[in-house]
Design a protein around this ligand. Structure first.
Ligand code: PGA
Length: 227
């Protein structure tokens, strides 16, 4: 199997010490896949591992300034971080980040040559109404889908943190549709774990793993699923 993108999104879990211990162990593991870890902001180390790319879960699109509670580009530069997650459904829903806000972040970090993981995905009502393609297409209309350092993370909202992953058929259909819209790598996220990762990797360019990435043993199993 070709090299895949295997990304762990720690969200607001694992403190500084736990993250550092985790990354020390992970850095010793051999994998042919491209590993990305998005730690919580206060646990973010420098991006200087050989086999792991550290990315940020969020950043305000400015060099520095009066943006209470946010970090800015200067903080990332100090840590040599040039990978960012934009548009995660938790940021869209809990922190009211609209498509327009996500697009502004995208434009800012594209300008600075970042690798951008751009998350899109429909809610359950949209899926039930069979309108997911229109929905995903509209989300993509806000960004430059030809950007060479773009990774699209397809994460149906109803599958995130619920233990209900999309079926292979549903994932496959969306992959096909998204491939018709962009040449970017397309990964899947939503209740991926050590038991379903292998078959999902068969039909995607990679996976974005939330809760199952918090346990290094599970994440290791996921990494090994296609060795
Ligand atoms: P989950 O989260 O694996 O816990 O469903 C995925 C994500 O939010 O990226």
């Amino acid at each position: 199997m070709n090299e895949k993108i295997i990304a762990g999104n720690f969200k607001s879990n694992l403190n500084r010490k736990q993250t550092s211990d985790y990354l020390s162990k992970l850095s010793l593991l051999k994998s042919k896949h491209k590993i990305f870890i998005f730690p919580s902001i206060s646990s973010m180390p420098s991006n200087d591992y050989d086999n792991i790319t550290i990315g940020t879960q969020n950043c305000y699109p400015a060099a520095s300034g009066a943006f209470t509670g946010e970090i800015t580009l200067e903080h990332l530069e100090e840590l040599n971080i040039n990978t960012i997650l934009i548009g995660h459904s938790e940021r869209r829903n809990l922190f009211f980040e609209s498509d327009k806000v996500c697009a502004e972040k995208f434009a800012f970090f594209k300008e600075r040559d970042f690798c951008i993981f751009y998350c899109i995905g429909e809610d359950l009502a949209t899926r039930k109404a069979k309108k997911e393609r229109d929905f995903l297409s509209r989300q993509l209309d806000f960004i430059d889908t030809n950007y060479s350092k773009l990774v699209i993370a397809y994460e149906p909202i109803w599958a995130i943190g619920t233990g209900v992953n999309a079926s292979l058929e549903q994932i496959g259909e969306c992959m096909e549709f998204l491939k018709s819209r962009t040449n970017a790598a397309i990964i899947y996220g939503g209740s991926v774990n050590e038991n379903n990762s292998s078959e999902i990797l068969d039909i995607t360019d990679g996976i974005l793993v939330g809760s199952a990435s918090l346990d290094i043993n599970k994440f290791h199993q996921i990494l090994r699923s296609k060795e």
